[in-house]
Ligand binder design. Structure first.
Ligand SMILES: CC(C)(COP(=O)(O)OP(=O)(O)OC[C@H]1O[C@@H](n2cnc3c(N)ncnc32)[C@H](O)[C@@H]1OP(=O)(O)O)[C@@H](O)C(=O)NCCC(=O)NCCS
Length: 172
């Protein structure tokens, strides 16, 4: 039997964080993944990066929200990633990305579902995302997977420190 599978009453089951039939593993995002993940985010349209995406900032985010963020991996290479956390009231997902050649195989949905399962376990009733208004393809993905656009809400923000923007800032 392959690793990542077990037999339970004659039924083959997949274990969390272990290879699925297509060899893709979804597992917790750890800081050692940073270099590969930032490279993926940098080449992904619809993902904006800023001062909250340095290695140090992502390490702090992962410490603050332990084992809630996920990567997808194939043959040891990172092909998808998402950040997830909560503030005790609402969950938030950031920077969901799947490498272009691996899209439309259910990986984005799997990454999101892994996060939502963690939020449910933490008794968080709702999860939000921020999305660039011009990301029509991203919007279709979220709508198709059950997310509702809150047209009655807008985001307001104040800057607390002298961080410098990149010109392609993430919307959060
Ligand atoms: C959005 C993204 C993560 C989706 O990843 P993916 O692995 O291709 O998504 P999945 O294969 O899990 O798709 C799940 C469902 O959504 C549908 N879907 C995915 N992308 C879609 C799109 N652009 N338009 C319409 N439907 C879409 C799939 O067909 C699938 O439907 P099904 O389950 O009924 O077959 C990927 O396209 C991406 O990285 N985009 C760029 C980054 C981005 O915009 N991220 C969101 C930032 S807020």
């Amino acid at each position: 039997m392959k690793s990542g599978q077990k037999w339970d009453n004659g039924v083959k089951k997949k274990l969390p964080g272990c290879p699925s039939d297509n060899g893709i593993i979804v597992r917790a995002f750890c800081i050692e993944d940073y270099r590969a993940v930032i490279a993926l985010w940098r080449r992904t349209e619809g993902v904006g990066l800023n001062e909250s995406d340095t290695r140090r900032a992502i390490a702090a985010y992962l410490r603050h929200n332990p084992r809630m963020s996920f990567v997808a991996e194939r043959d040891g290479r990172i092909i998808g990633a998402v950040l997830c956390g909560h503030d005790g009231r609402r969950g938030y997902l950031h920077h969901l990305a799947v490498a272009k050649r691996y899209r439309h195989r259910g990986i984005g949905r799997q990454l999101v579902n892994a996060c939502l399962a963690k939020l449910r376990k933490a008794d968080i009733p709702k999860c939000n995302i921020l999305i660039f208004a011009d990301n029509a393809a991203g919007m279709k993905f979220w709508a198709h997977t059950g997310w509702k656009l809150r047209t009655e809400l807008q985001v307001m923000q104040i800057r607390l420190e002298n961080g410098r923007g990149t010109g392609n800032d993430c919307p959060c």
